[in-house]
Design a protein around this ligand. Structure first.
Ligand code: IPD
Ligand code: CA
Ligand code: CA
Length: 280
């Protein structure tokens, strides 16, 4: 592994992520003000009428990608709206350093002027989440972490909760865009967790969901059909806050499978048990 894993180098990469998340957040905040003023801007639909992309998703991504390419020309970048980039052209070979960017996580909320949306910037080093920044510009909440350096919320160290029974846990989840078309739409799991936990919430930004677990505001989160750019940053933040992140079988395939369970660690096996009963 390269010297970029030293604490100083990780700190520098984290500072870059923080600066870019704040810059992209300012772009989104301008957009939010326009929306509140009745000027929504250009829209386009992706997989379904519920899967919308605004001009601000693209502007935010363009800003982050151009800055990353200027600062780290040898790093690969995967952005939700632009696909893959590497030095000099589209990425083909796996890179040691790969940025996973969701320039606007929670587009539906943004479109409605609802404050729960974020910028998510994660860095994988040799395929493992190593640096993560999630910024909520409307509330000015910034969550950040790098491997071995701990996790912070607005600069203060954070830790996961100490709730040790699923029955007393507050959980959060999300639903895929093919909800209406696919039977694998998380509804059975939602029902099962609703019965077994204290309550389940849904706010509409997976990156923020993970940060809510990291900061102890939620005790657990699960989702399916999620993309690497939704979760790469949040995985580091949860782990550095003392939490546990696995796939629904307890493995480590979250980025490849899109299947994720994150918690304070104390309720992880109980969450996996609930999900395992649904697979039979
Ligand atoms: C979505 C949000 C939502 C989650 C969806 C994601 P987007 O991302 O994170 O919470 O439930 O699965 O696709 O489309 O707003 O970037
Ligand atoms: Ca997303
Ligand atoms: Ca997005």
């Amino acid at each position: 592994m390269t010297d970029l894993l030293s604490h100083d180098s990780l700190r520098e990469l984290l500072d870059t992520g923080i600066a870019l998340a704040r810059g992209a957040g300012a772009i989104l905040l301008d957009g939010l003000n326009q929306i509140h003023a009745g000027n929504g801007g250009a829209l386009r639909f992706k997989s379904s009428p519920g899967d919308v992309v605004t001009e601000y998703d693209q502007r935010s991504e363009d800003f982050i990608v151009s800055e990353l390419r200027r600062r780290y020309p040898a790093h690969a970048i995967v952005g939700e709206e632009g696909g893959a980039y590497a030095a000099g052209g589209p990425a083909s070979a796996p890179a040691h350093y790969e940025w996973q960017i969701d320039p606007l996580d929670g587009t539906t909320n943004f479109l409605h002027g609802f404050a729960m949306f974020s910028v998510s910037i994660g860095l994988l080093i040799d395929g493992v989440p190593a640096v993560g920044v999630v910024y909520s510009p409307a509330t000015n909440d910034l969550y950040a972490a790098a491997r071995g350096l701990g996790a912070t919320w607005n600069g203060r160290p954070i830790h996961v909760s100490c709730v040790d029974a699923l029955e007393r846990a507050l959980l959060i989840t999300g639903f895929p865009y093919d909800y209406a078309q696919s039977p694998h739409n998380n509804l059975r799991a939602f029902d099962a967790f609703n019965r077994r936990s204290q309550a389940v919430r849904r706010i509409g930004s997976a990156a923020l969901d993970l940060c809510l677990v990291a900061s102890g505001q939620m005790d657990g989160y699960w989702e399916t059909k999620i993309k690497p750019y939704d979760i790469a940053a949040g995985i580091v933040i949860v782990r550095e806050a003392g939490g546990v992140v696995t796939d629904s079988a307890g493995g480590d395939t979250m980025l490849a499978s899109g299947d994720i369970v994150a918690s304070n660690g104390l309720i992880q096996s109980a969450m996996l048990d609930v999900l395992s009963t649904l697979q039979t």
